[in-house]
Design a binder for this molecule. Structure first.
Ligand code: GLA
Ligand code: ZN
Length: 672
């Protein structure tokens, strides 16, 4: 099965990027014309416009200038370029901040921000809300029938927080709705601690380094509230767009694992998801870990909408100027990172930016068109070559990447865990733990659906929920049903400590998963940097670092035991057979080879197909139900031999075993 193209006018892989024609108004007659020529030459079929254009669209309050946008959209339509048209709220004109200072944020130290930067607006401001709805309405009215209009891009990279009095008031209202009574709130927040009991709603403030920092549930609720603020804001922005252009899909660009917003919640409001991806490639062995993390973020983005294709809204064709080392992408890296995104479910390859800006902070950010202004550059040539390949990939548009393995990455769990004082306070290693498990699957080219605790995972065969410190809602219950029904569940140390309110489970950890896992976790040890313990699995000895939990089997079978320290002999890996399924507990943070061995067993047991791949190579597979499109991707700095039988997507030649050069890739068609 296939999904329809995200932008209905573009039944191709979308190839485009952020374009700021309003930075070139003085030179527009020359530059804009060149831009159209160059965009076509690069094989682009789309450009994203208007992202930070408020000052150009409304130079004075109520005085609008749409002429330039009319002209550029007309030019785009004439040249076969579909517009991702943005609402301009990501940054404000100076007149707006000056006339209505309430639109500016207050930071967590309660300092009022000055005009400047971007994303610096209060989401509770009635004025900002009115102004944004006004301009969004004008944009939608004006361009509703424009042939170039393909999708709406709401604002830009939602993020940050506002702690102004209006936001505090909204936070209190949100809390009243959630808890009804202060008594409920005080209990859920455990405020008897340090005499933090609230006796009036007006006493409650958002967390601050100069105020409340110790009531974890309060901080958790503030983060939940912030996510809801962004969801509400998104709905405010799209209200006029949905009314006037009901058939044009809307989105906002996300940022992978950005911790400030629960994207699983925000994504519910979006028509499709997209994200901005900026890996730091080195063309050394380090790229393998980088590739694993960015594959994970692609899968995560796809998971936000239950597996539907997404857009790679921004990526950089060469040096990303804000990285600590703005290193050039070696030849081939650009195509590889683009195919990686498509392999994991992206139906677009888009860039920041089309034309390098001439001044200000992004003037050295990689772009399709450099300051030299012509097409005779290495980067342009690589983009144009890629454009030729993408143009042949229509069959892949709308295909999915369904997986039999689901991996839980949960924002709320991350918030709770990282805020806890205990375990390793230097770095809890939640994301690292999730990556330990993801990478073991990546090394075998196994497709993975990323879900959160609230998602439906029932259709999968294997469910992995590493470091699930917080068990929220009915997750534990559904995990137990999943196991009883024949599923395989894997979790690790640090699981089942607190509930939705960050209150510790009484009666022993892992709380509501005790029966499922068949064990009791009594204590958890933290290993200092450089320290190791060991355990043997099937006769091979493996090292573990960071965490070693001390668990007692209550029905579970011990598969590996610690070899050192006062807890030598206690279980390091257990499995509990329950109903028709199995639940594994990985009690220590083991090295990669251990997880490779463990998942070798688990996948074989569950009948999940896997590839045998050399180091640095993965396979990402999309399918339409009849044909699989397997993207073999080599992130190693040297050539690798890959075994993958089928036909080459581009040439149609039969392949079985082939060499991928460093940064090489190949798409192989295989029958389902
Ligand atoms: C983000 C923003 C863009 C641009 C790029 C630079 O993704 O959305 O406007 O600043 O970063 O990498
Ligand atoms: Zn505010």
């Amino acid at each position: 099965m296939k999904y329809p193209p995200i932008m209905r006018q573009v039944p191709h892989i979308v190839h485009g990027g952020d374009y700021n024609p309003d930075q070139w108004l003085r030179e527009k007659d020359v530059i804009w014309k060149e831009d159209m020529r160059l965009a076509k030459l690069a094989g682009l079929n789309s450009l994203s416009v208007g992202i930070f254009s408020w000052a150009a669209l409304e130079p004075e309050e109520g005085v609008y200038d749409f002429a330039w946008l009319d002209e550029i959209l007309d030019r785009m339509a004439d040249n076969g370029l579909t517009a991702v048209l943005a609402t301009p709220s990501g940054a404000r004109p100076a007149w707006l901040s000056q006339k209505y200072p309430e639109v500016l944020r207050v930071n967590e130290r309660r300092e009022k921000m000055l005009h400047g930067g971007r994303h610096n607006h209060c989401l509770s401001s009635q004025v900002y809300r009115r102004k944004v709805q006004e301009i969004n309405t004008l944009l939608a009215e004006r361009y509703k029938d424009h042939p170039a209009l393909g999708a709406w891009h709401i604002s830009n990279e939602f993020g940050g927080e506002c702690h102004c009095p209006a936001c505090q008031e909204n936070f209190r209202l949100w809390l009243r709705e959630k808890y009804d009574t202060l008594d409920n709130l005080n209990h859920a927040w455990w405020t008897a601690f340090w005499s933090h009991t609230y006796t009036d709603w007006s006493q409650i403030e958002s967390p601050s380094p100069i105020g409340e920092q110790s009531v974890h549930a309060q901080k958790l609720d503030w983060k939940r509230f912030t996510t809801d603020q962004f969801r509400k804001w998104y709905r405010i922005e799209v209200e006029p767009l949905k009314r006037i252009t009901p058939d044009v899909p809307c989105t906002t660009n996300l940022m992978g694992t950005y911790p400030g917003i629960n994207y699983f919640d925000l994504a519910k409001d979006l028509d499709f998801v997209c994200w901005d991806s900026y890996p730091q490639w080195e063309s050394t062995e380090n790229d393998i870990a980088t590739a694993q993390f960015f594959s994970f973020e692609h899968d995560l983005t796809r998971g936000l909408k239950g597996g539907r294709p997404f857009f790679l809204m921004e990526s950089c064709p060469s040096a990303t100027n804000w990285r600590p080392y703005a290193r050039l992408h070696r030849p081939g890296v650009h195509a590889l990172q683009s195919m990686q995104a498509v392999g994991h479910g992206a139906d677009s390859v888009q860039y920041f930016q089309f034309r390098k800006s001439r001044g200000s902070s992004e003037k050295f950010h990689g772009a399709v068109v450099d300051h030299c202004g012509h097409e005779h550059t290495r980067v342009f040539a690589e983009i144009a070559d890629l454009g030729k390949l993408l143009a042949q990939m229509d069959d892949i548009v709308g295909t999915t990447a369904p997986a039999r393995v689901a991996l839980v990455y949960d924002w709320e769990n991350r918030w709770a865990l990282e805020d806890a004082q205990g375990l390793c306070n230097v770095n809890k290693k939640y994301v690292e733990t999730v990556m330990d498990h993801y990478s073991a699957l990546w090394r075998r080219g196994v497709s993975v659906d990323i879900v959160d605790q609230a998602s439906d995972f029932a259709g999968h065969d294997v469910l992995i929920a590493p470091f699930s410190y917080m068990l929220r809602g009915d997750f534990a219950l559904r995990v137990d049903e999943f196991v009883q029904a024949g599923g395989t569940f894997v979790t690790t140390y640090g699981t089942g400590y607190v509930d939705d309110s960050d209150l510790c489970f009484l009666g022993g950890f892992p709380g509501p998963l005790k029966k499922t896992l068949g064990l009791w976790a009594e204590e958890i040890d933290v290993l200092m940097p450089g320290m190791e313990n060991h355990a043997q699995l099937d006769g091979t000895r493996y090292a573990l670092t960071d965490y070693a939990e001390l668990v007692h089997p209550e029905g579970a079978k011990v598969l590996a035991a610690y070899e050192e320290d006062f807890y030598a002999g206690m279980p390091a890996l257990t499995v509990n057979e329950r109903g028709r399924g199995k639940a594994y507990y990985v009690a220590g943070r083991f090295e990669a080879a251990f997880l490779d061995a463990l998942y070798g067993k688990i996948l074989a047991d569950a009948g999940v197909p896997a590839h045998a791949l050399p180091a640095g190579v993965t396979v990402a597979t999309r399918t339409d139900g009849e044909t699989n499109y397997a993207f073999a991707l080599n992130f190693a700095p040297e050539a690798r031999e890959v075994e993958l039988a089928g036909t080459d997507f581009f040439t149609g030649e039969a392949v079985e075993r082939f060499t991928l050069p460093a940064h090489g890739f190949r798409i192989v068609k295989t029958p389902v």
